[in-house]
Design a binder for this molecule. Sequence first.
Ligand code: HEC
Length: 180
Amino acid sequence: MSLPLRWRLGVAAVAAAMGVLLSHAPQARAETPPAPIVDTRTLPAVPNGWAEPNPLRGQAEAIRIGRDAFNQACSRCHGVDANGSRSPAPDLRRIGGTCAKVSDEALRQRCLGDADFFFAKSVRYGKKKFDIEHMPAWESVLSPQLAWAIRTFIENAPKGNATPSVSELARQAQAVQGTH
Ligand code: HEC
């Protein structure tokens, strides 16, 4: 079946116009960032949800998965591997960084819990100043489990401000894949 040329041109014009309209339509959901694509099945359950302290602290699997999620969702503003190279977004490794120096165990746990609370609150609700969004809210995007895995990764992220070289990133990616 072949449509007259006039029709075909008409159809093409309508399709083009719709494309323009759609691409210019107000993006009601534009502020909701896409969820990172990671397999969380190997993470332990997090029955207390967003409640601090971080239930996954120090767990190797959380570091691995959290890193992957971080580099998908957070690195464009907070730097690859949380290296703090992307001002104005703050260096997230500083959150709770001073707790390690607290020698009293109970006090140290409190310090970490406070830092976790601040982290979770910032991540869930995002950051807005004078109605300008500095960071999106992640509550509807990240499960508490994945957010805590990200926090765990950040706590164990390499120090320093170096942006990893492409070959270093490739090596790390291979190492991560090798563990699947
Ligand atoms: C669009 C850029 C952007 C993305 C993406 C982003 N952030 Fe942020 N984030 C910011 C900025 C900018 C601030 C500082 C905002 C302020 O203080 O007003 C911030 C602040 C924070 C804070 C509070 C830190 C502090 O010292 O005040 C935390 C925690 C945080 N981000 C975690 C995350 C995590 C985890 C992700 C990924 C899931 C993420 N962010 C993704 C831009 C971003």
